[in-house]
Design a protein around this ligand. Structure first.
Ligand SMILES: Nc1ncnc2c1ncn2[C@@H]1O[C@H](COP(=O)(O)OP(=O)(O)OP(=O)(O)O)[C@@H](O)[C@H]1O
Length: 236
């Protein structure tokens, strides 16, 4: 279970102005569930993930992660080491005990088989994003944070990668919190969608997606989107 209780998070800009990034925000992600955070551009989503990851400790509030295993994150940029191959990038992230683990199933599921010896510079953005997902799932994290992992891909490719994410997640289940501005993506993947206000981010609504993931075909997703926007008017 991930429990987030942020009372306030602000930044001070170069000219001394205070930027309130996150307001009073509480959310919980139960173990093994997939939650999406959806909010307008610049509302504070990445800041929330950075606070959960402990990359920024200057805030008022508490974050509790009851899972004891690894916490992994995938950011908008794949952040692969350019001088290491795909496989080396993934193995370097693993703790010593599992560094020799057989990763062929993971490579296969993510469509990376045959690309293990490629360098990041030889990969398209879509393949680099798959490698970043492989690195995160290879850790077998108990909590996975995803920050718009499919942004700037064309819709057909993003849809394909969403399918691969769902597949690898069912093979290696974990608790997921994913930031996205794409409501369709959220409706396809999430168990629960947490909607945020414009900055400073607060929860403006919660939408549980109760239809089983296997039954979310295009027509069902469109119907769910209509239901969500009717329940939460103003959600783009
Ligand atoms: N280190 C920083 N110093 C000053 N201001 C910051 C800093 N980091 C973020 N901000 C500001 O805080 C606000 C929230 O930023 P954040 O990146 O969390 O939003 P976001 O919802 O992830 O945005 P996007 O949807 O564009 O990715 C923005 O106004 C941003 O400019």
């Amino acid at each position: 279970m991930l429990d987030v209780a942020i009372r306030a998070k602000s930044f001070r800009s170069a000219d001394g102005t205070v930027i309130e990034a996150v307001g009073d925000l509480r959310l919980s992600v139960p173990t093994g569930r997939f939650t999406c955070l959806v909010g307008p551009s610049g509302c504070g989503k990445t800041t929330i993930l950075r606070l959960i990851l402990g990359l920024d400790r200057h805030f008022d509030g508490e974050i509790a992660i009851s899972e004891t295993g690894a916490v992994a994150a995938v950011f908008q940029e794949p952040r692969l080491l350019p001088w290491r191959t795909v496989e080396e990038n993934i193995r370097l992230a693993l703790p010593g005990a599992s560094a020799g683990e057989d990763l062929s199933g993971l490579f296969q599921t993510l469509g990376l088989a045959g690309l293990e010896t490629f360098y990041p510079g030889e990969l398209s953005l879509g393949l680099a994003r798959r490698a970043a997902l492989a690195r995160a799932f290879a850790l077998r994290p108990s909590l996975l944070l995803l920050d718009e992992p499919f942004v700037s891909l064309d819709e057909a490719l993003a849809a394909r990668l969403r399918g691969l994410l769902a597949e690898v997640w069912s093979a290696r289940p974990t608790t997921v919190l994913m930031v996205t501005h794409n409501l369709r993506e959220a409706v396809e993947l999430a168990d629960e969608i947490v909607l945020l206000t414009p900055r400073p981010a607060r929860v403006s609504g919660v939408y549980p997606v109760t239809v089983p993931r296997s039954r979310r075909d295009a027509a069902t997703v469109t119907a769910l989107l209509a239901d969500l926007t009717a329940a939460h008017p103003g959600t783009a």
